[in-house]
Write a protein that binds this ligand. Structure first.
Ligand code: CA
Length: 423
């Protein structure tokens, strides 16, 4: 089925939309509420949110094979259960209705109440996340961490080039952009020769990641191939996998991350469909040694998405600490999903799979303070003269993401979270 909404020649009658990250070619999905309405499904166009429940009530979505009740749900999951083709039809229909050439909705100003200015909405967590998995798929990040904490001459562990390494995270502490994060407390091993202490973490860090949200997958015992994988991916979000490095360092042996990671992970509120990102599909980096057969893939499975991380300290202009790109990932999403299910593990509607920290090849593209400040040896200078090795209380971490080509920007908005002091 053709993706009408992706046509670069399309132009919308919504004023100024083409200048934003949310032109007619994007149309991401989210959950919003207003002072007049409870949580419901919205689609972003320019500086407006299109209320799909109202659009359905006005009769614009009658021949789309989706029950209208899903538009009034507090999560996207019931809509996502209709799968890729139904959501593609819906997105195409919305593109037709928003097209400057089409008078149907445009000329019916009585129905324009379905377009709500973004300044009047409150965004919420878009997906009821069932399971959350976080990968470790950036070769540069894994190498940097290996150099700092293990052997610089042998930084990558032997399995890394064979397996998209990952772990199961905690879905219930995934929070939306705008919600603050409280500095975690835990066991810190300050030096080799003394016992651990219990204290607030002194090394709270961000991890620049992207996440993808799945459609209903296959049952237990079955696997998703790399060729099928994208049929099971609804869309992507920006993701900040908050990490407490000092807690992590002491606890992670031998079973991996636990309390250093599960206190909060922040996601952006608009889910950009994989359909909308198709024009930005690109080559995956060369993989050597040659991967095992179930991890082989054909075609363009990586995505060119420009990423940026900024730290906003109180009473201080923001400092951009990283400029990176999702295309740097060594393992692509199709390989991650194929690997996740190769043992027969199931995937359900609303699972969240994090990419792992996205670090590029140069220090200005590293995806965590651990790497940017190189374990505290290269502090970042803030505009107000202060320094950062990690994130301080009341700093806000902002991650932004956008793909662009031929003057069209497909953006994610941002994921912003303030770190509050420990209780
Ligand atoms: Ca992570």
């Amino acid at each position: 089925m053709e993706i009408t909404a992706n046509n670069p020649a399309l132009s919308t009658w919504i004023k100024g939309a083409e200048l934003t990250e949310f032109p007619i070619q994007n149309l991401p999905f989210g959950i919003f509420s207003t002072i007049h309405s409870s949580k419901r499904v919205g689609v972003r166009i320019g500086d407006f949110v299109l209320d799909l429940a109202q659009m359905a009530a006005y009769g614009y979505l009658t021949d789309i094979q989706i029950d209208h009740s899903v538009y009034e749900n507090e999560f996207l999951n019931p809509l996502m259960r209709y799968g890729k083709l139904a959501i593609r039809s819906l997105r195409n229909r919305l593109a037709v209705l928003l097209d400057v050439q089409n008078p149907t909705f445009q000329n019916n100003s009585a129905h324009h109440s379905a377009l709500i200015p973004v300044t009047e909405v409150r965004m919420s967590l878009p997906v009821q996340i069932g399971d959350y998995t976080d990968f470790y798929s950036s070769k540069e990040h894994a190498t940097n961490v290996g150099m700092m904490f293990r052997d610089p001459s042998n930084a990558l562990l032997p399995n890394w080039l064979w397996i998209p390494v990952g772990y199961h995270g905690r879905s219930s502490s995934v929070i939306p952009s705008g919600q603050s994060v409280i500095r975690p407390k835990g066991q810190l091993k300050i030096d080799e020769n003394s016992d651990p202490i219990f204290a607030p973490s002194r090394q709270v860090d961000f991890e620049l990641e992207m996440g993808f949200i799945t459609f209903e997958g296959k049952d237990l015992g079955q696997s998703i191939t790399t060729a099928e994988a994208e049929d099971f991916i609804f869309g992507l979000c920006l993701f900040n996998d908050w990490s407490a490095r000092d807690i992590q360092k002491w606890e992670y042996v031998p079973l991996g991350p636990f309390l250093a990671k599960n206190f909060a992970s922040s996601m952006s509120c608009w889910i950009v469909t994989l359909d909308a990102l198709q024009p930005f599909a690109c080559e995956t980096p060369i993989q050597q040694p040659e991967v095992l057969s179930y991890l082989k893939f054909e075609g363009l499975k990586s995505y060119d998405i420009e990423l940026q991380v900024a730290i906003q300290a109180p009473n201080c202009s923001e400092k951009i600490v990283s400029t990176s790109n999702f295309k740097y990932m060594y393992w692509n999403m199709s390989q991650q999903l194929a690997h996740h299910t190769v043992n027969g593990c199931n995937i359900r509607c609303g699972d969240l799979l994090g990419s792992g920290t996205i670090s590029g090849p140069t220090p200005d593209s590293y995806g965590s303070m651990l790497e940017i400040a190189w374990k505290g040896t290269k502090p970042v200078q803030m505009p107000d003269g202060s320094q950062r090795k990690f994130i301080q209380d009341h700093d806000k971490v902002v991650i932004r993401g956008c793909s662009q080509k031929n003057g069209i920007k497909i953006g994610f908005g941002e994921v912003t979270s303030e770190l509050l002091p420990a209780y």
